[in-house]
Design a protein around this ligand. Sequence first.
Ligand code: AMP
Ligand code: ZN
Length: 532
Amino acid sequence: MSRLNISRFGSIYSSGVSTSACSFRPTFISPRRTNILPRGSTCTKSAAAASSNIYKSSRLSLEECVSEIESILDDPGISTLLNSSQAAAIDSLRDKINQCQQLINPVGNGENISSSMIPAPVLENLEDPNNIFLASTYGGLKVSNSTADFASLWSEHSSCPSSDGVSYVPPEWESLSEGNKTKLAEILSLNNLERWDFNILDVVDLVDGCSVLVLVGWAIIGSPSSQRVMMESLGKSLKEEEELGGYNFSPTLGVDHKMLVSFLRSLEAQYSTTQKYHNNIHAADVLQTLHSMIRMGIGDLSESLSTVDVFAMLLAAAAHDVGHPGTNNLYQINAQTNLAIVYNDKSPLENMHASKASQLVKSAHLLEDFSREQANLVRSKMIQAILTTDMAHHFNSVSYIENVISRFDDDGVDWYDFVRTDESTDVVSDIFNFMIHLADISNPTKPRSLATYWAECALSEFFVQGDLEKELNLPISPLCDRDKTNLATSQRDFIKYVVLPAYEVLGKIIPAVASEVLPRIKENLQYWESQC
Ligand code: AMP
Ligand code: ZN
């Protein structure tokens, strides 16, 4: 399935300012006859059209309408057949569509809203406040107040934060002994952080139990400035190869490191440090695993995978279980806890995690220097990603992503061409959300000692829930009965039916996952089978 190798885009994880720093791709079209896709683009019309056929209904989007009109105007055969008023009419039509296009925020909210369902007269005149009201209230379209918003957006993106924003030294780092700083700087180096066999327990051994997420989060999300600060505090300078790596969210998005650490600190404070599994270490582990996955497969991102996407996903990974009470959704619903009541039995935990994450982002002023649109985008992507970590969606997600992949195979559409089209946005978001979910269930994919550690932690926490369920005379949830659950068979089945099939699908998207991670999963499966 080499076609779906998404590892060949320009780099987001590199030095300097990525050209794709701005996730907003306003599709202004010049009044003259320019195509939406730049001329000479490798995204051929046939590839774009083929991918359109897959993901779109027969009704055309505004961009497609403009593209079709451009093709009429560009066709010398047709233009000689048109008289001047016919050509002018088509030109005016194109301009009208352009006006609509400029007014509609091109960023989706993850709910696959289609402008084609909104009455055409409403869409055609979005300068009218009534129509804006109708399109946004009843059609779910995000409509900007004015075209000027986009102009200011661009300039806000390119403004760099002051150097103070990145030279911040977290007290959690400062308070370590020189010896531990030296060891931790090595563990949190960019080369080590991207390893699949990174051992989060190495960090736990060195730092205060309440600052694992702060330090790992700062090292990853604040890279490469965080590595530079660590080295400078040891009187050294960053290695040459590390100088060139890192997310660089500070120069590209304006992320202030003091605010970032303040967010991570308040996040970590709301993770249990006593629960065996759903604690701050699990959060740090999922964040690092997602980072490793990104580096493995989508290390080189551009265009569809914007800096904003990656930033939102990393925040989501860090925050995905915040406030976890140590009991699962089934328990919340059966016990009619406040969470189940507040969220009407619908993913009560994940809704709570997402809501808390939003509150903490806000109280840490993390997105204060972002434009309103960009801040909303980060927030909505983060929420969506956290909601999809509900295990109840697992089998559906695997089969959906598998379906997406097989359609690429069947229709011969090149992934590289596809991501250059606007239709790719939702699919790419779905794949990213799938990656976070897979990072969340990654513990059986890790080296045996780590996999066993996490398996024992998971069951130990489940048993506490089982004890509570017995006490309250509630149905005992699967894997929660300490008298009936066996570690080896639980892991064998979890790997065989849940983890392995899902990672096999991810391996088709990210070849390095197939070559590096699948063999480890199979080894662990064999091990647990031998213990049954
Ligand atoms: P989360 O609760 O968000 O961490 O979602 C991951 C879920 O996957 C956990 O709640 C467990 O239900 C399941 N899980 C993760 N690791 C294991 C494991 N080693 N054994 C059994 N179930 C696991
Ligand atoms: Zn989790």
